[in-house]
Design a protein. Sequence first.
Length: 320
Amino acid sequence: MLNFLEQVLAIVPWWDFNGWSPTENSAREGHFGHDDYGYWFIILEDKLREGEEPDQVYFQQYNYVDEYDKGDSGVTIEEIFKKANDEYWEPGEDRFIKSRYELAAKLYEQIFGPNGPQTEEELEEILDPETRYKAWKEKHKDDPPNNLPPCDVIDDGKEHDEFEVVTDPVWQEKFRSKKPPIAYWLETRKGRKAWLKKYRPGIPHGSKYRVYFNTPAGSLERVPAWATYVIPEADGNQSFAVHWEPPPESAYRWRHKHPPKPKSLRIYECHVGISGQEPRVATFNEFTENVLTHVKEAGYNAIQLIGVLEHKDYFTVGYR
């Protein structure tokens, strides 16, 4: 497989990643190049499952971590927007916000008529803008405030540009005093359950992978530095990174409160792999069950895990 890889950086998957190709989707210049910090990055795309439709709104977000089922109640985006309009805005307030061109169009229609001037002769017959606006304002002086646009012409005797629009300070302050409608935006988010139902993840849970480099000195395969779970092959010759992102139902969730902060730290140096009595690498579960209780009884209130990552200079790790 390595003989056919000719790109600079790629992920070597050991099963299908949504049809991801180590050669076609490897890091390169352009879209699959460096990020803003100079790091190489490789994009793995999630794909819609068969029979699923794309999200209705482009800003749809899914909550991956906390409260994974939040937003999975089946409430539609139309219902959320209607709720925001009914609860957040007063009647008529959102009329000039829904469409950025509605205000100008309504003013134009009321001042010039439904069709507006069609010829130069008609344009000459129309009064100047200030006179037309004052006449329009007098006509609508008894209208409720919600029916008036949030702008006005201030006649202070000074010359103003005819395109200068002054926002009504009362209207502006009224909207500045409103709290941002974050609660309604949060309701638009969906949880990870909804995401898993709709999409196939780019890297499925439990997938094994390594990073492939094609360097001037030859090809290299390495475990990614940011891997959170690494296991060796059965023969022990090399290790693989494992993408660990279990379904929400089986993912671990914190069950206990955070312990109180101690007055001082008493740190126990932990070497989990050599904490067992048998001639093999001990596991974290064995350390928790067989050793951690004795550490607590000895008066320690904190532990420091040593040698979590496998490296050649392990003998230099620890307190000297």
